[in-house]
Ligand binder design. Structure first.
Ligand SMILES: O=C(O)CCC(=O)C(=O)O
Ligand SMILES: [Fe+2]
Length: 327
């Protein structure tokens, strides 16, 4: 019994679902997952086993469940320790689905990153427009940042990795590092249409993924910080009908019906956010202001972080994004 259970690893599932690519697991429909799981040798009915063991009586495999499936299988195969990590921080991240560490990184780490970020973000050979409204550029993003700013590797330090792995109960695979700058957008445009991710939304990512945001400069309300709702507030609001283009408009429905938190604080603060479960949005910078932020996006895996994790990041990851992975 016990050996049979441990035979199934995320890699097994991915291999049998398609191409060992986790995103294919997530994209695949429930039928594909079930059909493929049945082919795993030595397991009479793994789909039943898995759904029984992992989800109790539940049968439907939605995107959320698929993400949780991947996380739980990864957790079962991971030995995650990080005894130095403060239990209370992990508990807070589990409870709220976000966590904010003020001033985590000092200037020694930040300054070289900021300097290169500033050189690249408006250089058309290194960055691209991420959002625009007619002629107004509202957001830019650096292309292939890991091949341009080597020091980005320092942002996944042992505390950040430790909190993330303790949160998942599994190892962590960084899949993308994004460097972006948001600019002011006049309010009439904000009310009319979305410019960057500035309407309330949940990312359409599987739930075994997380985003870790790092602010590059002191950030207050004027800079357009990340706005989030707590996990329970997000659930409460999301249970009602929620249309991004309508209920997600900044300053309206969500602000009127829920408590909003913002990631404001000194440069080098770090915000963990389950953007796939939390309603959140980018703030809009005031006139003459902009906001520079970096995120690390990754997901639970059964493989310990590789020495070469930074070089292994696929620089084309953002290009491959489909709407299902946007946000
Ligand atoms: O830029 C931000 O503050 C949030 C962007 C966003 O929605 C995301 O990264 O998922
Ligand atoms: Fe988002």
């Amino acid at each position: 019994m016990a050996t049979r259970k441990t035979q199934i690893t995320p890699s097994t599932v991915y291999r049998y679902v398609k191409n060992e690519d986790r995103h294919d697991v997530i994209r695949a429909g429930a039928h594909t997952i079930r059909r493929q799981l049945k082919k795993i040798p030595g397991t009479a009915d793994p789909s039943r086993q898995l759904s029984g063991r992992l989800f109790g009586a539940r049968t439907g495999i939605s995107n959320t469940v698929q993400g949780e499936l991947c996380r739980r299988i990864a957790a079962a195969q991971s030995t995650v320790r990080h005894p130095d990590v403060d239990d209370e921080l992990v508990a807070e991240l589990k409870r709220q689905k976000y966590l904010y560490l003020e001033s985590h990184f000092g200037e020694r780490t930040l300054a070289p990153i900021r300097e290169q970020f500033n050189d690249l973000i408006e250089d058309d050979t290194a960055s691209v427009v991420r959002g625009r409204h007619d002629d107004l550029v509202t957001s830019r993003v650096i292309q292939h940042p890991t091949s341009r700013i080597a020091e980005l590797e320092d942002l996944l330090d042992s505390t950040i990795l430790g909190i993330t792995e303790r949160f998942f109960g599994a190892h962590f695979k960084p899949a993308e590092i994004r460097c972006m700058r948001n600019y002011h957008v006049p309010d009439d445009i904000v009310q009319e249409s979305e410019s960057f991710a500035n309407y309330w939304h949940c990312d359409q990512h599987p739930v075994d993924a997380i985003k870790i945001f790092i602010t590059l400069h002191d950030t207050d309300e004027r800079h357009g910080p990340l706005h989030v709702l707590r996990g329970d507030e997000s659930k409460r609001i999301s249970k009602q009908r929620f249309l991004r283009h309508k209920h997600g408009v900044p300053g309206k429905y969500v602000e009127e019906n829920a408590d909003v938190d913002t990631f404001t604080g000194p440069a080098g603060s770090v915000g963990f956010a389950k953007t796939n479960e939390l309603l959140h949005r980018a703030g809009v910078p005031d006139e003459g202001e902009h906001r520079d932020m970096i995120f690390i996006y990754g997901y639970a895996t059964d493989q310990p972080l590789s020495e070469s994790w930074f070089d292994d990041i696929d620089p084309t990851f953002t290009k491959d994004q489909t709407p299902a992975f946007g946000g």
